[in-house]
Write a protein of this length. Sequence first.
Length: 261
Amino acid sequence: MTSLLVVERTTAMHRVNPVAKLLAALTIAIVLVLTIDVVSAGVALAVEALLLPFAGVRPRTFWIRTAPVWIAAPLAALTIALYGQPGGTVHFSWFLIHVSDGSLHLALATSLRVLAIGLPSVVLFITIDPTDLADGLAQVLHLPSRFVLGALAGMRLVGLFAQDWQALEAARRARGVADRGRIRRFLGMAFALLVLSVRRGSKLATAMEGRAFGAPVRRTWARESRFGAAEWTVVAAGLLIAALAVVVSVATGSWNFIGAR
């Protein structure tokens, strides 16, 4: 079975252990979640802009995959600007809407934070192969192999959902039962796809059990998951971005810890 999540190892970043990518993205996200200010998010985003070209993602792929982040950032900023906590000069007020200096500053900080967290996470994720990720989680982080292999099997089947939906739609049209009622048609196809997924999952579980994937013994792995200099470099880059954002924000007096709000 094929999957849409298979990644070609065309650059050095694609060959980096996925665990290192997850740790780097998680470090940046945790630090930026602790504060909501323009300086920390802006500094992190500026450094990420310098490093993202080295991720080996093609420009077209980058803009397509990160499109939801670029859409979510201004939408989040608009919501905060209209309904955020007012402060300073009020520019517009009507019913629940209060646009002020405080809400606009908070909106800008929120937008930058969404971009600073979302962009590196998406870019690093699209360079991860599911099999490499499973190997890393089991061999580097020592997570339970049964959980890891089950998740890997599920991820491998994600790419088949779109194919199943298209085949099911074509079959229903050929039988003349998909010409009217979009909602009814969608619900019928969704139920049919659910039944198909349950059957496929049962067969896959039986096949995996027959191959001793659930045996209570220490597993061996076909490929060794290594964590070397390249991986530590990626983790260090994440720590550097997070530390630089905190230092600059604290030095300029912009640090705004969310727990103190």
